[in-house]
Every structure is written in structure tokens, then in C-alpha cells.
Design a protein around this ligand. Sequence first.
Ligand SMILES: [Zn+2]
Length: 105
Amino acid sequence: MKMIYTSEDRFMVWNVKNTLELAGYDCHIRNEFSAGGAGDIAPIETWPEVWIDNEAQFEAAKSYLKTTVLKPASSGHDWVCKQCGEINSSSFELCWSCGHDAKTN
Ligand SMILES: [Zn+2]
């Protein structure tokens, strides 16, 4: 198991978990109920965490998150290559990884 996301914002943590589950990644939340311990231990250690159950899925899940819930609002035009799944900047017309043309999709 591997932690993929943590935040003091429970809504975001659940949002991340639900998004990953809908995409087929097995994950669960840790520390969901540990906020009561704040004060005794470092606050960041009480944040709820999303853990990927299968480490083999970790990198794919991380990339998926970057293109969905964790996508910065300012980079709204990045696109995901339909051929190889890489994330491309809006300034690229061809996929940097495989050369696939964004417009043909
Ligand atoms: Zn590509």
C-alpha cells in the first residue's frame, strides 16, 4: 500500500478517494477519525490520507489524479493523449511522447 494523497480538507480527501474508485483504483482512507489527537502530535499527522491498495496502480492513479481532481485551475487546457495517455501542455499540438495529433483524437 502507498499513500497517494493527504490534506487537512476532508472533502478533498473523499473527493480524491471517490474519483480513484470510480476509475477502478482500489484505495481507502486512513486517519479519518484521528483529528481528535491534534495537539498531541503534529497536525499534519492527523490529516486523513488516501492510500492506494495496489502499489502497481500507484503511478497510473497519480497521473489520473493530476488530470482530474488535482488539476490546477490555471492549466485548464492541458490535454491527455488518446493514444498513449500522456498529459500534454496546451501549447503542444502533437503529443510529446508519441507524436499523436491532438486534433485527430
Ligand atoms: Zn501520446
